[in-house]
Design a protein around this ligand. Sequence first.
Ligand SMILES: *[C@@H]1O[C@H](CO)[C@@H](O)[C@H](O)[C@H]1NC(C)=O
Ligand SMILES: *[C@@H]1O[C@H](CO)[C@@H](O)[C@H](O)[C@H]1NC(C)=O
Ligand SMILES: *[C@@H]1O[C@H](CO)[C@@H](O)[C@H](O)[C@H]1NC(C)=O
Ligand SMILES: *[C@@H]1O[C@H](CO)[C@@H](O)[C@H](O)[C@H]1NC(C)=O
Ligand SMILES: *[C@@H]1O[C@H](CO)[C@@H](O)[C@H](O)[C@H]1NC(C)=O
Ligand SMILES: *[C@@H]1O[C@H](CO)[C@@H](O)[C@H](O)[C@H]1NC(C)=O
Ligand SMILES: *[C@@H]1O[C@H](CO)[C@@H](O)[C@H](O)[C@H]1NC(C)=O
Ligand SMILES: *[C@@H]1O[C@H](CO)[C@@H](O)[C@H](O)[C@H]1NC(C)=O
Ligand SMILES: *[C@@H]1O[C@H](CO)[C@@H](O)[C@H](O)[C@H]1NC(C)=O
Ligand SMILES: *[C@@H]1O[C@H](CO)[C@@H](O)[C@H](O)[C@H]1NC(C)=O
Ligand SMILES: *[C@@H]1O[C@H](CO)[C@@H](O)[C@H](O)[C@H]1NC(C)=O
Ligand SMILES: *[C@@H]1O[C@H](CO)[C@@H](O)[C@H](O)[C@H]1NC(C)=O
Ligand SMILES: [Cu+2]
Length: 584
Amino acid sequence: MRYLSLLLAAGAGLTQAARVVYDWNITYVNANPDNLFERQVVGVNGKWPLPPIHVNLGDTLVINAHNSLDVPTALHSHGMFQNNTPWMDGPVGVTQCAIPPNYNLTYEFNITQHGSYWIHSHYMGQYMDGLRGPMILHNPNETYKYDEDVIVTVSDWYHDQSKNNLDTFLSIYNPTGAEPVPQSGLINDSANTTFSFTPGKTYRLRFINISGFSTFYLSIDGHTLDIIEVDGIETQRTSVDSFYLTAAQRISVLVTAKNNTDLNYYMHADMAIDMFDVMPDDLMPNITAPIYYNTNHQNFAPSQDIGMDSPFDDYLLVPLVNATVPEPDQSLNLTFNFDVTTDGFNRGMFNELPYLSPKVPTINTMLGMGNLSSNVDVYGPQSMAFMMKHLDMIEVAVSNFDAGNHPFHLHGHTFYMVGRGNGTWTGDHSTTEWFSNPMSRDTILINSETYAVIRFRADNPGPWFFHCHIDWHLESGLAATFIVAPEVAQQRMTLPQAFKDVCTAGGNPAEGNAAGKQGLDLSGAPSGITLLYDGFTAKGKGAMAACCLCALIGMASIVFYALSDPEKKARGIADAQRGAAPPS
Ligand SMILES: *[C@@H]1O[C@H](CO)[C@@H](O)[C@H](O)[C@H]1NC(C)=O
Ligand SMILES: *[C@@H]1O[C@H](CO)[C@@H](O)[C@H](O)[C@H]1NC(C)=O
Ligand SMILES: *[C@@H]1O[C@H](CO)[C@@H](O)[C@H](O)[C@H]1NC(C)=O
Ligand SMILES: *[C@@H]1O[C@H](CO)[C@@H](O)[C@H](O)[C@H]1NC(C)=O
Ligand SMILES: *[C@@H]1O[C@H](CO)[C@@H](O)[C@H](O)[C@H]1NC(C)=O
Ligand SMILES: *[C@@H]1O[C@H](CO)[C@@H](O)[C@H](O)[C@H]1NC(C)=O
Ligand SMILES: *[C@@H]1O[C@H](CO)[C@@H](O)[C@H](O)[C@H]1NC(C)=O
Ligand SMILES: *[C@@H]1O[C@H](CO)[C@@H](O)[C@H](O)[C@H]1NC(C)=O
Ligand SMILES: *[C@@H]1O[C@H](CO)[C@@H](O)[C@H](O)[C@H]1NC(C)=O
Ligand SMILES: *[C@@H]1O[C@H](CO)[C@@H](O)[C@H](O)[C@H]1NC(C)=O
Ligand SMILES: *[C@@H]1O[C@H](CO)[C@@H](O)[C@H](O)[C@H]1NC(C)=O
Ligand SMILES: *[C@@H]1O[C@H](CO)[C@@H](O)[C@H](O)[C@H]1NC(C)=O
Ligand SMILES: [Cu+2]
């Protein structure tokens, strides 16, 4: 339900800021979007797909969330800066406690951006159960002109509940960290989506990737796509034939319809199957949706789909407003990899230590511990907390030691994509490819065995999550927390009582350090899940751990596969034999 209370600007009679209110009763619903399997999904007000959120730049958005599930939840408005309202950001453990069943929490914040965004659960793997949908921030004065505004979400779809998938993924029986592979791909949350184009019209298609795992390559036969927006950042109009979107990325394109209705055309969304450790026989990785000029005939233009051969490169896009990026005041070196840890699970981690959620949300600690909030230790031994000084230009170099590609999202900011290179970031600028007028966005793909150098201004006091947006990898530990200017946050803000109450209601401590204690006593804070072996190289360790575990649990693993899915028995064995195959 959506209602508006319009505030009329005094005298002028112009509609200025509105308060846009959505009442969201988060409920279970049954759905069968791929026509293959009906399952329980998480919807809103008894409906799924979720109603899209529409709001204008300058408005105040209010979401009254009521949790009617039997498990906790939390809502993250992806890409919002949340300047001065960091507790409205949504990730459980960072900016709030989870909303327990039968409990309400209101998210309210000012809309200071425009473009294509989305809202999703930030509790466990819940968004892959359906609690995710488009959030469009309209600019009343759009830069580019078009006739129609069309949302196109693309996503992967699992038949099993995320909880079960997560239990299979984070398990001693999965030492190689093979991710659950989706059963389907969906365009606009359905296998039946069709579009219609009217000759001569110009469409803005807002592609929003609400996937948990897969990257998609998108194209429309016979049509040029003019990119105008990337993650809410406007670009110079750039024509491409195809582009990719990783989980959480968005791209708007302008498409001018043909002059005649002789042919209809397919939109293609091809999954990047190189991410999957196992390619199920029944997965259709290339999905299409027809674009009808004329529904009275079925004459389709021939396919021009080149899928993963797309030459698209988002670093080469040019921002609409030129960017001059200063040299950094502070630098951070992050590397990431996957490895077996002391709990026997294969986990993702930055700098060889997996993220473990603190007992008290980082924001509660930040705003509640006075001068101690400037001591990075209070956030916990495995919150992967990094302190950042107010208004510094921060440079983060992220090196991917893994054989897979991973999309990283920074909360509360967009960042400039200033550089990239092959191998590991050593600080040697001469071997790095630099961009003098770089694009910025909020989610970046970092390819296997390469690094990305990003920069952002630490102008938004609060704790901001930086993590892989492949939900499986986030849950396994591939995350860090950027602690921006705690002393400034304390001067400017007070944590609303509701964000303490939601902790108490769920039986969690609402204040103190990462252990829920005062001072620097961190005993009991989540910790101790670390790398299994020392003294080997990172790769050697992974191989070693995986081999040992495979030998020990090989039989159990095969039996497990056989029990969970007889058809996958053979592949289970093959996987076990592959031993140290890297994840994704
Ligand atoms: C929320 O939805 C559930 C399930 O449909 C329903 O039982 C409940 O009454 C609703 N609650 C509110 C407050 O609307
Ligand atoms: C909780 O939310 C539901 C649904 O929006 C509403 O009917 C109910 O009054 C709210 N309860 C409280 C205590 O605010
Ligand atoms: C949101 O905007 C309103 C109206 O401009 C202002 O009064 C309020 O302080 C703003 N809230 C925040 C959290 O910035
Ligand atoms: C709309 O935006 C253009 C530039 O993008 C600007 O020149 C113009 O003043 C804006 N109009 C209004 C009403 O804000
Ligand atoms: C999609 O179309 C099929 C038949 O082609 C139909 O059985 C199914 O109910 C439709 N699904 C939805 C979600 O409309
Ligand atoms: C896709 O879904 C969005 C809502 O999420 C809706 O606004 C749009 O009209 C849908 N498009 C098509 C072609 O079904
Ligand atoms: C969405 O992102 C996932 C994960 O990066 C990716 O595998 C998938 O191909 C993307 N889908 C689209 C349509 O861009
Ligand atoms: C439409 O037709 C006109 C005249 O033939 C031509 O100039 C124009 O390029 C055509 N537009 C498109 C999108 O094909
Ligand atoms: C998906 O499309 C790509 C590009 O056309 C093609 O190379 C690939 O073989 C297709 N995959 C399947 C399973 O059809
Ligand atoms: C923006 O940068 C481009 C080169 O990247 C240059 O051609 C253009 O003149 C610049 N525009 C402005 C407004 O500075
Ligand atoms: C990284 O390797 C690729 C492929 O070999 C090459 O095209 C690219 O130029 C290299 N990048 C840098 C910065 O050396
Ligand atoms: C970043 O860390 C990696 C791994 O420890 C190291 O190889 C590299 O030299 C470091 N780079 C800088 C610039 O410190
Ligand atoms: Cu990842």
